[in-house]
Design a protein around this ligand. Structure first.
Ligand code: F6R
Length: 608
């Protein structure tokens, strides 16, 4: 998704803005641009290039103390120089960078064109530059007033930063559905769409809420609503620093974050295991035992990998707490007029906390009076704030587009939730103790799973020629298979489909032949014999099989085998995810893919 950076202060803005853009590269983009005010003139440089090339285009740049910059992920219009941000009005007075989508841009553009305006791009954002400039020229009392008036005409989602060349001491920013964070410096202010661009300069931040604007000057900021009511914001001190975003010698963030998982899970468990009562402590839920007991159903809502992790969560809740539970794709939820009932605990799951569909599902639930908690990685994110209570993942910043450590921490946190719900009900002390011990040993088992990397890489190379792959699992193995297929397609672009093992014979088995390898998830549980049967069925039709298993399989059953460590049957799906991440990773490496910049994908999907 697009990235925004802005600066006003006493230092040269250009290097700060370019470095900020570099920090946001992981979000995915296809063009980049920067605008600064130098000697009373707006200097704009933009092109359909990577940030490194933009840096060369800017060269020594123009000394300036204020500016804004952007990486664009095309929505309206091709990824070209003319469509890259910043956008300026025809007089070159007002510059705007924008994340999100202005839904009534076509109507506004038609209206402005009828009034004689001409447009230099195909974007919705340029409309905003025109609207603000018109208000400024019409004598708005301040840039903030001009932006506010312009935003009243706009429908849609936005995070914007605006500057007026004739007022080079301030930036105006606004948020509606697309994240904006202010960074407070020493006689300087920063703004960005993502903490990653701020933490090398400051740990003091302010998260704007939807419907809020802010005016930033070197000496501070003030915030207000779209209705011009002043708001009072308390700065948050974030724990992240620049080194949290360093590659630390790894070739890419995905591999780094796979390696970080033992530590990430340790952080997720820290202070949350209660050995005395064999349960979990999740203070952030803000639910007393009575409320926990009143939960009659649990529904997990998330998108993509967060949705599949939610499915693991639903299985855990059913197994440990015997409460009916399921997972649903958040992108569908609000459109089907969902039945929301007061006895259900809704769990919104998101790494970024900014996924538009998941946020909209939360808002739909709150509108209907549903009880919703967030299981989120990004502290201060929209979903975390909208939910107000929940469980933070503590995975640390996840930069890789393909999610790994956040997904593992999601399932780990669901295990804690399931344990807690179970222990206020009928889960025995002995079973509680078994799960606590299993969770406690999880980081070490993850380390063991990662240690099999060389073997997995070798298998990945063997399968790298496949044009298409099946991922097959049943019950506990099914969400694992879905996530495995998702990881593979995202970063290797190899077509991968996940199937429930029992569904194969109802159609997809027709596709099995020597060119269609199947990755079969085989946990050592009560379904072992059935999963062995599935492998035999596939091989009988000439299909190569890679078994991912913690069971002892008959010799020669599969063409290749990846061994997974074991914790407890209930928790094992968390571990099964690790070799599948490594499989996808090494297969993509074998195919020469750009691991951290998978095509067409963005890290956080803040638009529909
Ligand atoms: C897959 C992946 C995506 C995200 C999905 C939800 O590797 O990263 O499928 O899981 O876009 O994102 P969050 O968790 O930020 O809501």
């Amino acid at each position: 998704m697009c990235g925004i950076v802005g600066y006003v202060g006493h230092r040269d803005a250009t290097p700060i803005l370019l470095e900020g853009l570099h920090r946001l590269e992981y979000r995915g983009y296809d063009s980049a641009g920067i605008a600064v005010v130098n000697r009373g003139k707006l200097r704009v440089t933009k092109a359909a290039v990577r940030v490194a090339e933009l840096r060369s285009l800017v060269g020594d740049g123009h000394p300036a103390n204020i500016g804004l910059a952007h990486t664009r992920w095309a929505t309206h219009g091709e990824p070209t120089e003319r469509n890259a941000h910043p956008h300026v009005d025809p007089d070159g007075r007002v510059a705007v960078v924008h994340n999100g989508i202005i839904e009534n841009a076509d109507q506004l553009r038609a209206k402005l064109t009828a009034e004689g305006a001409t447009f230099a791009s195909d974007t919705d954002t340029e409309v905003l530059a025109h609207l603000v400039a018109a208000r400024v020229s019409a004598g708005a009392a301040s840039l903030e007033d001009a932006v506010r008036a312009a935003l009243w005409e706009v429908e849609g989602a936005y995070g914007i930063v605006v500057l007026d060349v004739r007022n080079p001491g301030e930036l105006v920013v606004a948020r509606n559905g697309s994240p904006i964070v202010l960074g407070i410096g020493d006689s300087e202010m920063f703004v960005a769409s993502d903490l990653a661009a701020l933490v090398r300069h400051t740990q003091q931040v302010v998260y704007l809420d939807d419907g809020e604007l802010a005016t930033l000057r070197a000496d501070g900021y003030r915030t207000s609503t779209l209705q011009a009511r002043r708001t009072d914001k308390t700065p948050t001190v974030v724990e992240l620093t620049d080194s949290d975003y360093a590659l630390d010698g790894f070739s890419d963030y995905m591999r780094k974050e796979i390696a970080e998982q033992p530590e990430a899970v340790r952080r997720a468990l820290l202070g949350r295991l209660d050995e005395r009562f064999s349960t979990a402590r999740l203070d952030g839920l803000r639910m007393d035992p009575h409320e926990l007991r009143s939960v009659q159903r649990v529904k997990f809502l998330g998108c993509g990998s967060a949705y599949y992790a939610g499915q693991i969560g639903a299985d855990l809740v059913e197994q440990l707490a015997r409460i009916p539970a399921d997972a649903e794709s958040a992108s569908e939820f609000r459109y089907r007029n969902p039945v929301v009932d007061g006895d259900t605990l809704y769990v919104a799951v998101s790494q970024s906390g900014e996924t538009a569909d998941t946020l909209a599902a939360v808002q739909e639930l709150r509108r209907k009076g549903g009880r919703v908690i967030g299981v989120v990685n990004a502290v201060g994110s929209a979903i975390a704030r909208e939910c107000g209570s929940g469980v933070f993942l503590h995975a640390g910043p996840e930069v890789s587009v393909a999610s790994t450590k956040a997904v593992t921490n999601m399932s780990t946190c669901f295990a804690l939730l399931a344990l807690l719900l179970g222990r206020v009900r009928d889960l025995s002390v002995a079973d509680g103790r078994r799960i606590v011990a299993g969770l406690d040993s999880l980081p070490d088992r993850i380390e063991e799973a990662i240690a099999a990397e060389d073997h997995i890489a070798e298998i990945a190379r063997r399968f790298a020629g496949a044009g298409s792959m099946f991922f097959v699992g049943r019950v506990r193995g099914w969400p694992v298979a879905r996530e495995g297929a998702q990881k593979l397609k995202e970063i290797s672009y190899v077509h991968a489909e996940a199937y429930q093992a029992g569904e194969l014979k109802h159609g997809p088995i027709a596709l099995i032949d020597a060119q269609m390898p199947s990755v079969v998830i085989v946990p050592d549980d009560e379904l072992l014999a059935k999963n062995i049967g599935t492998i035999e069925q596939i091989r009988a039709r000439g299909g190569p099989v890679l078994a991912v298993t913690n069971a002892t399989l008959p010799a020669g059953l599969a063409d290749a085998e990846i061994r997974v460590p074991h914790v407890t049957e209930e928790l094992d799906p968390i571990l099964f995810g690790i070799p599948l991440q490594l499989l996808a990773y090494h297969l993509a490496v074998a195919l020469g893919r750009d691991i951290d910049k998978p095509r067409n994908l963005a890290k956080s999907v803040t638009v529909e």
